[in-house]
Ligand binder design. Structure first.
Ligand code: COI
Length: 352
């Protein structure tokens, strides 16, 4: 275990918590009182501290600003009836951040270090974990290059931060998505599987075009042929076709979503037919035409289970049935597991 005694803790003089309306929290705009910070220099993580949440000062030549050498994670904490803080699958996020770090030439944050930093921060800001229905404390760990150097090479210095935000729903209504066959989010051999800044930047322009047509998000297709369904950028995608739950297999162009994995695990527990397969746009289109797509939904930490209302492809909108019993059951079950209200048979919940 990392010696948390070596974390220097500087508490805020004045908590901002009384300014927050916990019954009406927008996603990602309100931040808790403290943040964890560590610096990587001379080949090691050091100067580990918790300090008041505040702006950072960086060089105009900061390598991340120019070249995007940064990675992040997203996870959530909940408060159970006893007031204890429960984090959903944090070890999985820690492991995924190591995978992202390797691809982006960033020094890894060990699972042990990640967990210690997270626990200490949440102990200090436990009052910020909301307990209204459909709320949580969203946790954003991020590691970014910190060299003030405009040449191209992996940075020699980095910052690791964890800050948190009480949040409500990411999508407030079922989403409309469009199958994208012109622009590309990720390619084989690229960085699509890494949770890195550029993946999100690259998706902004195509998503904006779709938003002008009334869609919330895109269904990305593979970069080579645009014939196979991948993910939505903000979430993985699942389709309940006839009696089978279908999703794209993870690989180098798809994020290995933790909510995705949780959904597949529950569906298998329930004896459902689950297929992780390359679903072609053609197959999906035919199933949509025949009314065989009973439900479609996204799965992500921020998005949770985001029901899909309609899917646009080639100028046609396919509206899905309003009733989505599977999505509802998955959402409710995950919610109960996260809140410690039903047995956590997979060891997903970490108590701070
Ligand atoms: C998350 O689900 O945690 C993400 O990082 C996705 C982002 C759209 C907020």
């Amino acid at each position: 275990m990392i010696e948390t005694a070596q974390f220097e803790i500087k508490k805020t003089d004045k908590s901002r918590i009384s300014e927050v309306d916990f019954s009406n929290i927008p996603f990602g705009k309100v931040y808790a009182d403290h943040m964890f910070v560590a610096d990587f220099k001379n080949g090691e993580w050091q100067n580990m501290r918790i300090e008041p949440y505040a702006d950072l000062s960086i060089s105009p030549a900061n390598a991340t600003l120019h070249y995007g050498q940064s990675i992040f994670e997203g996870l959530k904490a909940y408060k159970n009836k006893e007031g204890e803080i429960l984090i959903f699958r944090p070890e999985a996020n820690a492991k995924r951040m190591i995978v992202s770090a390797e691809r982006m030439c960033i020094p890894p944050v060990s699972e042990e270090f990640f967990m210690s930093a997270l626990s200490e921060l949440l102990k200090l800001d436990s009052a910020w974990v909301p307990n209204e229905p459909n709320t949580s404390l969203y946790i954003r760990p991020v590691v970014f290059a910190d060299d003030p150097y405009v040449g191209i090479r992996p940075s020699e210095t980095y910052k690791f931060l964890i800050f948190t935000a009480p949040v409500g729903a990411y999508y407030s209504e079922p989403v409309n998505v469009k199958i994208e066959t012109k622009y590309t989010r990720a390619v084989a051999g690229g960085v699509g599987y890494a949770k890195t800044a550029g993946n999100y930047a690259a998706s902004l322009y195509p998503a904006l075009q779709a938003q002008k047509e009334g869609y919330h998000q895109l269904i990305w297709t593979d970069g080579q042929t645009h014939e196979f369904i991948e993910e939505a950028g903000t979430m993985n995608l699942l389709f309940y076709i006839n009696d089978t739950l279908v999703t794209a297999p993870t690989g180098d162009s798809i994020l290995d979503g933790i909510t995705r994995d949780s959904v597949l695990t529950l569906a298998r527990d329930w004896g459902m037919k689950v297929e992780e397969k390359r679903l072609s746009v053609k197959e999906l289109e035919e199933a949509l035409k025949k009314g065989e797509v009973k439900e479609a939904f996204g799965a992500g930490t921020a998005a949770t289970i985001a029901k899909i209302h309609k899917i646009g492809y080639n100028g046609t909108d396919y509206v899905l049935p309003e009733e989505k019993p599977l999505a509802d059951k998955l959402f409710a079950t995950l919610d109960k597991i996260k809140l410690g209200e039903i047995e956590d048979t997979h060891g997903w919940v970490y108590k701070v």
